[in-house]
Design a protein. Structure first.
Lengths: 112, 112
């Protein structure tokens, strides 16, 4: 069945470091892909999305490119801030009705 | 603007007790509604979704049930909780024509 696999955390970085969180998916066809973020004490919110191959989603300095050749959607940011500390979830749409399949989540901790 | 309310934020319940978690959405009509759960060390898993009043689809067999008595109300229930029901429960909604899901702040349930 369809699935999403993302790198385990926690990921600990110093402020201004480069961030990569890996995400790969298995699916029939080319589903829309998402990154959601959960800040401490809050619900999930959409960070960025890509709806077709080679699309690049971007928001708040984060980017992810939909790579069908490698079935990947890695999240990157060139210079992280302490305020980026959160849990990041990779997800794909699956099976209609806007149902989402999520990865396990990756906790990011950024220290000054 | 649309908002989603989910309560309670945290809950500690003994094994064998009943459960009722409630979720309401404001500012939209006829949304798709969802219940997700995150068990410890695992990703978010879709439990139930609903495309209309009284219409419930279950994604995984389990000890829980869901109901949608009103257009913007979604309830997650159990008659007798198990230890394995512990986890973080998230309610979400989406418009039928859109891609993005909007999440509540979640309920952390601990069954003791």
């Amino acid at each position: 069945g369809n699935s999403v696999t993302q790198m385990e955390g926690p990921v600990t970085l110093s402020e201004e470091a480069f961030l990569t969180i890996n995400c790969t998916y298995t699916a029939t066809g080319y589903p829309s892909l998402f990154w959601y973020v959960q800040y401490p004490g809050e619900g999930l919110q959409l960070l960025l999305k890509a709806t077709k191959a080679d699309d690049k989603g971007s928001n708040k300095g984060f980017e992810a490119t939909y790579r069908k050749e490698t079935t990947s959607f890695h999240l990157e940011k060139g210079s992280v801030q302490v305020s980026d500390s959160a849990v990041y979830f990779c997800a794909q749409l699956s099976g209609g009705y806007n149902k989402l399949i999520f990865g396990a989540g990756t906790r990011l901790a950024v220290h000054p | 603007s649309q908002t989603i309310h989910q309560w309670p934020a945290t809950l500690v319940q003994p094994v064998g007790s009943p459960l009722s978690l409630e979720c309401t959405v404001e500012g939209t009509s006829n949304p798709n509604l969802y219940w997700y759960r995150q068990a410890a060390g695992r990703g978010l898993q879709l439990l139930f979704y609903s495309v209309g009043i009284g219409q419930i689809s279950s994604e995984v067999p389990q000890n829980l049930s869901a109901s949608r008595p009103q257009d913007r109300q979604f309830i997650l229930s159990s008659k007798k909780l198990l230890l394995s029901d512990s986890g973080f429960y998230l309610c979400a909604w989406s418009v039928k024509s859109g891609l993005e899901a909007f999440f509540g702040q979640g309920t952390r349930l601990t069954v003791v």
